[in-house]
Design a protein around this ligand. Sequence first.
Ligand SMILES: [Zn+2]
Length: 379
Amino acid sequence: MVLVLVAGFSGWQWRQGEVYKLDTALRSNQVVLADASIKLGVTQNRLGAAEADLQSTKSELSLTTAEFRNTRGELEITRVEIEATKAKLQSTQIELGDTQVKLEGARTELFSQNLKIEALGSQLTNLKDQLTEMADRLEIEKTANEELVSQNSFIRKGSEILERMWRLRSSPANNVIAGLEDLLIAGVVEEASVKVKPVVFYSNDVPAEISAEEKRAIERSLKIVQQYFIGQVGKTFAFSEPVAIQGKRSVSGYASISSETVVNEVLLGLPSLPVKTYYLVFARDWDMSDGTSRAPFFRGAIIGKRATDSILNGNGDFSLNYQAMGILAHELGHVFAGLPDTVTSEPSIMGSKDGIYWVWNFPLVNFLPAEKNSLINFM
Ligand SMILES: [Zn+2]
């Protein structure tokens, strides 16, 4: 029918062409539109997808933000904790510093204490040594005191003996010596460390014989001298039985040589004796050239003829008897303690002054205190 219209009418045909053109344009527009619509759809789809993506990304972002916040919160907590820990650490460090200072102080204190302890230790050692020394000294002093006490008691008893001796000496009885020899204090002679060996020394022109009576006379005199020593120093000597010895020279021969030579020949010519044993030589029938008695301390003493006669003739001149015994005590003082002769106005058995010989006052004359000490130490 369209073909009829175009063929019948040109106007219509033109319009028909226009319609056709319009239709074609429409159709073309419709295609474009459809295409655009498709594209729009695609774009819409893409947009939807993008929106979905965006949505998803947004929600992921939102999640991430939340996580981030979370994490930030945790981090904040951690930071606070770290701050707190740091503060604690600082405080601990300060405390440690304090403690270290205290430790240092304690160590210094300990060191100083150690030094003090060491010093105390050595002081203690010193004190201990001193105490030991003191104890030893005290022990020695105690022993010395005991000895002194015992000596004092001997000296007291000895003094009584001396008094009695003096009373008997003052008596006019002929037997003045008899009875004195038994006054000895028991035990003193037995403990004597010093011994005397009496010898009667004869020249070669008389028989070397001592009578029993002469022996007794020597022993009586020695016992009295023993008692004198007890009275003076609380100790005494022991003596053995007197023996006779023959010399090499005649009476005149001994009388003609010096005292020194006599001492050398007689005393040093005798056999050696044990330690602290001494000869007491009585010159029987000859005298020393100077008439005196002599004592070379280390060996003994020689008693001159006058004193020897006096002692051997016990019942003769009593005054001389005592003087002779005083000479024995004097010479034994030389021998035992090496006491020298003294020149003194103080009466001393070892001394003399201005022609006064105190020895003649025996037994009422003493050793001087220093002389007594020497004798006590030696005997
Ligand atoms: Zn003398």
